[in-house]
Every structure is written in structure tokens, then in C-alpha cells.
Design a protein around this ligand. Sequence first.
Ligand SMILES: Cc1cc2nc3c(=O)[nH]c(=O)nc-3n(C[C@H](O)[C@H](O)[C@H](O)COP(=O)(O)O)c2cc1C
Ligand SMILES: [Mn+2]
Length: 450
Amino acid sequence: MTQDMRAALNALEEAGRITTVNGEVQVKYELPAVLSQMADRSAVIFRNVKGYSMAVIGNLVDRENFALACGIEKTLSASLKYIDDATNNPIKPTVEDEAPCREIVITDGIDIMKTLPVNTFFEKEAGPYISAGMIVAKDPETGKRNVSINRLLILDSDLMMIGMSPSHHLHQLLEKALKRGESLGVSISIGNHPAVLVASNAYLKLGDDEFEIAGGMFKEPLKLSPGVTVDAEAPAGSEIVIEAEFIPGELHEEGLVSEFHGLYVDYGKSPLLKVKGITHRKNPLYQTILPGRNHEHFIIGAMAIETTTFEHVRTAVPRVKHVYVTEGGMGRVHCVISLSNPKPGEGQKAAFAAFAHCNLIKRVIVVDDDIQIDDPEDVEWAVAARMRTERDIITIPGVRADRAEPLVKDDKITKTIMIALKESEALPKAEIPKTIREKVKNNWEHYQIK
Ligand SMILES: Cc1cc2nc3c(=O)[nH]c(=O)nc-3n(C[C@H](O)[C@H](O)[C@H](O)COP(=O)(O)O)c2cc1C
Ligand SMILES: [Mn+2]
């Protein structure tokens, strides 16, 4: 298979982007602590997890790992184009009965913690969380599939709490099921290809299937396997699939939980899931994602958000070149947009389009296309050299905010636009002649630099 985590790991291995941890680690706090202190962003394989035979994979997704796994260039332009093309050319998944993810099927004597090396991450959280679980559910009215990543708190051998924002589709599907007096089955797959993980976070309309975007990236249908005990498919190449059903009307008080801003929040009560089966591949690999303020958590969301934001901005301002969601802004709330030769006022239009598309975005910096927007220093240079504070900072108070926004007050937040575009009478850039710069670049060996 080329659509699974193993194919991605092979590509990373070839590129020297895998770090192996052979020393024993505990699943509670220790494994996350090792992962959080890695020197680089190579994927990590923990081979010796105390009490478990399964190896654990961490740091699977960063921008470079994504490019290697998908066979594209390691540039923002390349990944933006790759995901954007997929969004514009979605491919429907196919369902096949023979699937690696069902090689082993457990329906009796289910015990999540005995089977899976689930991590406990942060000191004040209530317990172990599955953090890389990709949830598939079907709309009880239309039968249309929805995919998202949600945290799952393990409460008992076959009982979990699922955290989900009321604004997300999964929440809406559950409400529909409850209104009809039905339960809702879900598949939770763990250990997926980076393209599938990014697709799962795409900002689509209710009813649009995120797996079609994964198919668009693979240029072929994503292969799915039907559920054994529930009516919800999972990617056939997933390492592990948990099948579960919502327990209608039952909620659990979660306590403190980390959000992407790295702070604890208290979201109150959330729904419960009863596990009906666990299936997995032979010799499965368990995937974990460091939640909270950690790069993998940011990047999966950021790559998904910036692509659909790009499309929306392009509708408003066809001269948009790139959109980038920054890591300093937690992969969610700060966005940089570059425009090619914008007309006066188009910077504001671009920012409004970004705000309208993604409620989490609260600050947009608009720059010209000579700025490399994924380079924070270059963006800061544009702010320092081109933005007139008294004219170019625009604040929009009182906008209804996402509940995950760290500064939300009375459900509202102030949005900020910073226009860092050059003026027509701007001082010219001091540059070495372009012909000479390019000649030097193309003849780099000539200089015998050691
Ligand atoms: C690692 C990771 C963990 C996430 N955890 C949650 C979560 O616990 N609750 C939630 O509502 N969204 C979570 N998200 C965000 C959703 O998966 C994402 O917004 C998704 O696009 C929602 O899709 P939907 O509207 O189709 O349901 C997480 C994202 C990532 C990358
Ligand atoms: Mn959705």
C-alpha cells in the first residue's frame, strides 16, 4: 500500500528522517517528555514501551515530513498547490472488504489500555488520551461521511470521553442522531498517512467527505474498510481501528485539558463512547501526537486551514499568491497572506475573506509577493519597513470567537489586520544585479566552498 503510515515511514527512512528510541519509556509522561525534547522534527519510533509489545510513532507530521511522504518539493508553494489541487479535484474513496486494518479483530474482553500504549501527557489532565485518533461518522439523515481528529480520554476498559467543539460537524451529526432517538457509531483509526491526517482537518461544508481530499492528494481513491460492529469505515491501511458508539445522553465532566495554545481549559461535560471492537494490523504501530502547544498538533491544522483559506481569499482577491498559518500563532490564529501587485484596499479584502472563512484566525498580516511568508524574519521585515502603524493596523472588535481562542471574553475577540504592503513611492530595494545573483547560484561549485 502507498496510502498508509508505513509507506510514509519508508519515505522518511530513506531520507534519514527517522529517529529510533531503543531505551525503555513509560507511556505516562515519560514518552511525551522524550518526544518533546527531540533535537529535530524527524519522525520518532519508540521500540521499547514498558508493558507493551507495540512500537509507538511520534512526530509523524511536520512540513518537511509531509513533503517527503507525499513526494513533493519541500516548499510552501509546492504543498499549498498539492493540497489545493486535491481540494479542487476530490476523488471518492472505495470500500473493500479485505483490509490490513482488520487482520486482527477483538470483540470480546476489550481492554483499551491493555491493548494500546495510550499516553498521559500533561500534569493536570484527567488521564490517558488517544491523540491521533481519526474519527469517521456518518450523517444519520444523508448517510454522508465526516472525518475529524478528536481527543479521546480513556475512562475504563471499554469507555472513553470524546472532546468535540460544538461548531464542528461531528457534534452536528451527534445532535441529529439524538434528535432521531438513535445512537451514532464511529470508527477511530490510529496510525495514518500524513496526507490523510491533513485531509481530515480540511475546512469543508457539512456533507463533504474529507477522505475525498485525501484521494485527491493520492491521485487515486483512498481505500476504506467497512466497520465490523459499526456503520463507519476506516482507511484500510490504518494501523489500529477502534469501533465505538455514542452513549445517548450521557456526558462526562472532563476537568482540565490542554488546548493548542498550551494552556489548560475547562470545557465542562463531553459525550461518552462505548467501545464495541478493536481491530488492527499484524505488528501494529501506535501513533501518538503531542497535544497542546506542539508543532505536530499545529501543522496538521495549519496546512489544512491555509489551503482552504487560500481558495476563499482568491475568490475575493485573485492576486493572492500564498497563504501561511504560522507556528507562533499556534497553527490556528495568525495568518500571513501575500499578494502580487495589489490594488489599493485589496489587502483589507483579503483579510476579511480569511476571517470569514476561518473563525479561528484573529490576526492577518498582508505582504507583497517579494516576501517569503513562511520566513518569520522576512515578514517582520515587511512590518518594519512597509507598515505605517497609524494607517495600516486595523482592529475589528466584538467578533464572535471560537471557544478555543485563548483570549476569548464574553464569547468575543478583537480581530487585527496589519497591512505591510509597499507604497507606490516606496524606497527601492538595494540589490545585487539579478543576472549576477543567478549566475552565481547556478555556478555554486565554482567557488569551492568548504
Ligand atoms: C491533533 C489534533 C487534535 C484535535 N483534537 C480535537 C478535539 O479534541 N476536539 C475538537 O473539536 N477538534 C479537535 N481537532 C480539530 C478538528 O479535528 C478539526 O477542526 C476538524 O477539521 C473538524 O472537522 P469537522 O468539522 O468535520 O468535524 C484536533 C486537531 C488535531 C490536528
Ligand atoms: Mn467535516
